[in-house]
Design a protein around this ligand. Structure first.
Ligand code: ADP
Ligand code: MG
Length: 297
């Protein structure tokens, strides 16, 4: 399945893309400047930069929620910057996002099951019964097991890590070909980050999907990606194989980002976590519960 799947996944091509915002108080802001890169089918690229470097703007351009001021973005034969409503809907069946804030991304009054059956019904045209069955599979895929324990839960009954897993499951529901994860672990408790990152890494490998991982934490990139692009003030200042960039950064800004990584014990230790299997993933998800149970989050 992964190999066949990779053959279907089209490349994402970002060609000379810029985005200029006009705001009343700050005049014009060039959030993204002449960025070009290709995300080959089934590969993972990290987009790394400090706050304000244009990462989320690029994510919005790639997922079609903003349009570039110049340049083109294509995903297979879709010219993303030009899509209208129908084309955008079709794009969203293939390109999904995971956001930074698992607290605000889930509707507080909807159960996990409701949140996950909706995309199955909307995108895959499943019946209610089929969708409910699929929700159980999705929950197991993201390590929320036994699924029966999670379907009726409301967001406030879950830890941050569990909520982010639900959101990853929601993104997977329509079997996307490309996942854009914008700082998916930066709002999570440090102890939960490695588990969620390894889950993303495994999903990418197992499902053959392409992954754009966005982070300000350069070292976390080594857990999941083949390549790194370093963004500064909207411009790519360094790019290369993940290992090379981390071991031998060429740009002063990349060196500063590396130096800014906090001490051991944080997410950067994720690189040393052994390759997880399903049992380990489930164990880690249930620990997430233990860690935050009783905490008002
Ligand atoms: P990052 O995700 O790397 O923190 P962003 O892409 O959110 O960076 O922002 C890049 C720059 O663009 C920042 O200076 C930000 O203030 C500006 N910006 C982002 N969105 C808007 C907007 N809608 N209007 C005006 N300026 C914006
Ligand atoms: Mg951002």
């Amino acid at each position: 399945m992964p190999a066949e799947r990779a053959a279907e996944v089209p490349p994402l091509t970002v060609g000379g893309v810029s985005k200029v915002y006009k705001s009343r108080d700050r005049g014009t802001v060039a959030a993204v400047r002449d960025v070009s890169f290709t995300l080959a089918p089934g590969t993972a690229v990290s987009l790394v930069g400090a706050s304000g470097s244009g990462k989320s703007t690029l994510a919005k351009l790639i997922t079609g929620s903003e349009r570039p001021t110049s340049g083109t973005i294509s995903f297979g034969d879709a010219n993303v910057g030009r899509l209208r409503a129908g084309g955008l809907r079709r794009l969203h069946a293939r390109v999904q996002m995971v956001f930074q804030d698992p607290y605000s991304a889930l509707n507080p009054v909807h159960t996990v099951e409701y949140a996950l059956t909706r995309p199955c019904q909307n995108f895959l045209r499943m019946t209610g019964a089929q969708a409910r069955e699929r929700v159980r599979e999705l929950l197991e895929t993201v390590g929320l097991t036994p699924a029966a324990q999670f379907v009726e839960k409301l967001p406030h009954q879950l830890s941050g890590g569990q909520r982010q897993r639900v959101l990853i499951a929601r993104a997977l529901a329509c079997e996307p070909q490309l996942m854009v994860a914008d700082e998916p672990v930066s709002m999570l408790d440090v102890s939960l980050r490695a588990g969620v990152l390894t889950l993303l890494a495994d999903l990418r490998r197992e499902r053959g999907l392409s992954l754009l991982y966005i982070t300000h934490d350069l070292l976390s990139a080594r857990v999941i990606t083949d390549e790194i692009l370093v963004l500064r003030h909207g411009e790519v200042v360094e790019r290369g194989q993940t290992k090379r960039v981390l071991q031998d950064p060429q740009h002063e800004y990349t060196r500063q980002l590396l130096a800014a990584v906090p001490t051991p014990g944080n997410v950067t230790a994720a690189g040393t976590v052994p390759a997880p299997n399903k049992a380990a993933a489930a164990a880690s998800a249930s620990r997430e519960h233990d860690v935050t149970e009783g905490r008002a989050t």
